[in-house]
Design a protein around this ligand. Structure first.
Ligand code: PLP
Length: 393
């Protein structure tokens, strides 16, 4: 793999954090930084060339998730898409905060979790549905939480730490006919499993290009026709008046290309990646005592493995492996709760001592059998060394 061409060993196993940008994607983006630099809002030929590029990309994104181009709004990424979906829907419903009740889960990414927290501080009534020990949202509990004032539910498609796929279709069927807007943060699902937004039966769906070999800082929100939604920024009337600001044409074009490539290659790539992930899990469970893999018994995206390592701090494993050329992450990297423990692990009910030892390995299209074999060796050696010097036995 091109990005691993270096004298020092480099094995990247942190694709849920971000991915590199495919060469084909970089190639289609490049002209829009130089000779095709126009503003997509301009009437002249340079502007129109950019408008066509944006609309072409919109078609590609729409086709990837089986919706119509008019239902795609380009944003600056998953965080903004989530904010626009949740805040924009409440704004469009135009109710006093205290009259609104909204539901999310305890395992959402901070982009949703903290948006709900902020709305709660503004007086909106919030309920949080729990998950079981495998990391699956409890659908029965969600149904019990629904009230007559419930206007919105936001549940993620796949969890960023565990890769566990949530029962979105089941939730959609419970919400159907109830006048409740259903938002899905699909940032960790799109590009890892085939996502058909129409078939899911949801209203709003967030995507981020840098999770599937597109550029960072670019995303989209699918807005099903007739879903109440208002812009949360004020400005001009870009993106069907839902997201003002001059379009980031190079990145939008890149995102469109990343969608088209993923559309064509995803099934085969994910079959290969899933087999590598399963091989890695079998090997480490056999070799290393005191491991547990979260969500192994339920549906997960094929690239993710959330590994509980007893008697060792995850950060120590990450740093030691980094020195050996391996990039993985600790479960607590991006959504630390109390005392540096991942909020997701807390929600799953993992004891704090074990939650401190959770690592996340997330594979991608660049990984080979060799990468996995050398990673298993390195992980086994690292854990043994750290346990040998640990005062906790
Ligand atoms: N939602 C989930 C589930 C994520 O994993 C992430 C990023 O890791 C985001 C939202 C935020 O996306 P972005 O980095 O594009 O803002």
């Amino acid at each position: 793999m091109k990005r691993q061409k270096s004298s020092k060993k480099r094995v990247y196993l942190d694709h849920n954090s971000t991915t590199y940008v495919r060469d084909e994607v970089v190639s289609v983006m490049n002209p829009y930084f130089s000779e095709k630099f126009g503003n997509a809002g301009s009437l002249h030929f340079l502007g129109q060339e950019n408008r066509e590029a944006v609309e072409g990309a919109r078609k590609k994104v729409a086709s990837f998730i089986n919706v119509t181009p008019r239902e795609i709004i380009f944003t600056s990424g998953g965080t903004e898409s989530n904010n626009l979906a949740i805040r924009g829907a409440l704004k469009a419903l135009d109710k006093f905060s205290g009259q609104c009740h909204i539901i999310t889960s305890t395992i959402e990414h901070p982009a949703v979790q903290n948006t709900f927290k902020s709305l709660e501080e503004d007086g909106v009534n919030v309920s949080r549905v729990e998950c079981d020990s495998a990391g699956v949202v409890k659908v029965d509990m969600l149904e019990d939480l629904i009230r007559s004032e419930t206007v919105l539910v936001s549940i993620m498609l796949a969890n960023n730490e565990t890769g566990v796929i949530q029962p979105i279709k089941k939730i959609a069927s419970i919400l159907s006919g109830r006048d409740i807007i259903f938002h899905v943060d699909a940032v960790q699902g799109v590009g890892k499993i085939m996502v058909d937004a129409k078939d899911l039966g949801i209203d709003l769906l967030s995507i981020s290009a840098h999770k599937f070999y597109g550029p960072k800082g670019t995303g989209a929100l699918y807005v099903k026709k007739y879903t109440p939604l208002k812009a949360v920024y004020t400005g001009a009337d870009h993106e069907f008046s839902l997201r003002p600001g001059t379009e980031n044409v190079p990145s939008i074009v890149g995102m469109g290309e990343a969608c088209s490539i993923s559309d064509a290659t995803l099934s085969l790539e994910m079959e290969r990646i899933g087999a590598l992930r399963d091989k890695m899990e079998e090997a480490i469970l056999k070799r290393i005592p005191g491991l547990r893999i979260i969500g192994r018994e339920v549906a997960r995206v094929p690239n993710t493995s959330s590994i509980v390592v007893s008697l060792v701090e995850a950060e120590a494993i990450v740093l030691n492996l980094s020195a050996l050329g391996f990039c993985i992450s600790s479960g607590s990297a991006c959504s630390a709760g109390k005392g540096g423990i991942s909020a997701v692990m807390e929600a799953i009910g993992l004891e704090p001592e074990l939650a401190r030892g959770v690592i996340r390995v997330s594979l991608g299209i660049c990984n080979t059998e060799n990468d996995i074999d050398s990673f298993v060796e390195a992980l086994a050696g690292t854990i043994k060394r750290l346990r040998d010097i640990s005062p906790i036995k």
